[in-house]
Design a protein around this ligand. Structure first.
Ligand SMILES: Cc1cc2nc3c(=O)[nH]c(=O)nc-3n(C[C@H](O)[C@H](O)[C@H](O)COP(=O)(O)O)c2cc1C
Length: 191
């Protein structure tokens, strides 16, 4: 069994909602166990990351970057960075925001650089936008056209589950594809 952590911060539930669908998508892959973890908890016990073969990082976009609690988690991994204990493990990222662009790309870039500094291997979001093949925009997988990581968007002030169905579908596909990548690469080497 390979273990996958979906680490997220979510103040109002939107990022958690998408994270739960990523977990559900990954959990459909035999031999992969996906767990939902809160960035705030891991900030206290960052060494818990060593139990996982792959890590998916998720933050809401705040002012074009990761949220404060998510950054605190990232900074808490300093010792793991010094010892490069996460080297060679798979990583991916996702972000949620209220505007169609909202500068989500910068958030994904922060998550990517974090993973690169830890020597991890980045997995993107290899899904062709389905609106190009006639699926209605709101129902289309990867409707926002993001390949470096998963983007999802719910309107400002909406309820936590108010995503277009395409974003929910993308989250499940993203989780499944990451889990399949994990199986192809094999378990992480433990120090
Ligand atoms: C401090 C703050 C900054 C934000 N900055 C952005 C932003 O730069 N771009 C954007 O599209 N939405 C922005 N938002 C909206 C959030 O990304 C959006 O509400 C998101 O769904 C919150 O996720 P959560 O429900 O998991 O907490 C911001 C919200 C807050 C509270």
């Amino acid at each position: 069994m390979q273990k996958l952590a979906v680490i997220h911060h979510s103040a109002h539930g939107h990022t958690e909602f998408i994270a739960r669908h990523i977990v559900a998508g990954a959990s459909g892959v035999p031999q992969v166990e996906a767990q939902l973890l809160r960035a705030e908890d891991l900030a206290r016990t960052p060494d818990d990351l060593l139990a996982y073969d792959g890590i998916i990082l998720g933050s809401p976009t705040y002012l074009g970057g990761v949220s404060g609690p998510f950054k605190s988690f990232m900074d808490a991994t300093g010792r793991l960075w010094r010892t490069q204990q996460l080297k060679g493990r798979l990583a991916a990222g996702f972000t949620v925001s209220s505007l169609p662009s909202g500068d989500k790309q910068s958030t994904l870039l922060s998550l990517f650089i974090f993973a690169m500094q830890h020597g991890m291997l980045w997995v993107g979001n290899p899904i062709l936008p389905e609106q190009h093949s006639g699926v209605p925009y709101e129902e289309a997988a990867n409707r926002l056209g993001s390949w470096s990581g998963l983007m999802a968007q719910a309107a400002h002030g909406s309820s936590a589950d108010a995503f277009p169905p395409g974003d929910v579908k993308t989250a499940r596909m993203f989780g499944r594809q990451f889990a399949e990548s994990l199986l192809r690469v094999g378990p992480a080497e433990r120090a």
